[in-house]
Design a protein around this ligand. Sequence first.
Ligand code: AMP
Ligand code: GLY
Length: 437
Amino acid sequence: MKVIVVGNGGREHAIAWKLAQSSSVEEVICTPGNGGTAFENKCRNVEGKTQDDFIRIAKENNCDLCVVGPEDPLCAGLADKFWEAGIPTVGTKKSPAQLEGSKDFAKNFMHKYGVACADNKTFTDKAEALAYVKEHGAPIVLKADGLAAGKGVVVALNMDDALKAVEELMEGQLVGDAGRKLVIEEYMRGVEISILGAVSVNPELTKAGKSCIVPFMSARDHKRLLDGAKGPNTGGMGAICPVDDVTDEILAQFNKNILEPTLKGIQAEGWDYRGFIFFGLMITKEGPKVIEYNVRLGDPETQAVLPLMDFDFAEMCKAVTEGTLNEFKTAWKPGYVVAPVAVSGGYPKAYKKGMTIKIDTAKIEETGAKVFFAGAMENRRTEGGIVTNGGRVLACSAQGNTFDEAWKKAYAAIEHVSFDGMFYRKDIGLPGAAESN
Ligand code: AMP
Ligand code: GLY
């Protein structure tokens, strides 16, 4: 089969790489793709920007399957359009995409179906929001309702910061109109993990008893810029998979209090949700609770989770669309993956683009690591053919039988990558590196 992958991040490079490993995949069209997919086995980049472009490219190339990476096109209804065009698509339709597109919508869903999460209240009136914050005190969490590219959440540790954040979010100064509706949430203490998974639910499948969510191995992102979980928040400085502190007991609580009610909710709403889901979780004293849902795979978690899959990912994607995911057998490689991310100097603030990425491919191959590119584009006029094009440039993803082995391989590999201003955390997966309250 021919698969089209929509997106241009590190997640999409990992998705394309994993799809290409399937013997049933002839070619992966990446639109627009990035500097990594440009050189990946069986993969080809095709420039595309709009929904109409993506559909046209899929048709012109006789694609049999589409996988949508990021949330924006899903929230804008791209999966609906692909299905209308007759192309089976992994990526939820528009209505359930609101689980990521609107924090208020997601919280209402969680409360309606009894999914373990923090208490909250939603406001459109600033005076009422300020009064609520004064009544409840800090620490407290303020969340812009709409999509805000990870910038819409303020965890306020004191009252001054909380009141300032309400002003800035609701007056549109921080994230524009996304913050005019504000979700104010109880502050949860604990340590964070991510559980990604595949979802295959629609009314016909539910009737036939085939609707399901298949969770992947646990993973952990490291969102702060600096070692020891310090510095500003970023899009993710590195990931590990699996996470040792996720015990069987925590997994059982996750299944009972989060996964099962989420599945029941998706069924009860009558949605057509065939795609991926991301549970952002806080492991609290009372067990895991949902911080957020995303309707896509995590980035950079995907770069750590997919290498451990010991099954045909393309066949799984097909099963998601065909409604046979409930019968699909998953298996996982033993061991661990560690994937530190290299970013451009200055990120998450302003940074330069167009830096030549120097990679000693032979040395990296010796370490056994795989480089997944993100903010990087093809430029055949430069040595190596790839230049930086974003803040998070690449991840070195390495597998090992033990965590230590994976860690050493990943960090040995990243030493063989360089570009002007390159920066990376040295502690991904080590004690004290995870975000915790
Ligand atoms: P979100 O965009 O909802 O994932 O939030 C961004 C980050 O804010 C999360 O990764 C957490 O570190 C933090 N956060 C969000 N909600 C809470 C909460 N209720 N309690 C404590 N920290 C939170
Ligand atoms: N790694 C967090 C996210 O993808 O949202």
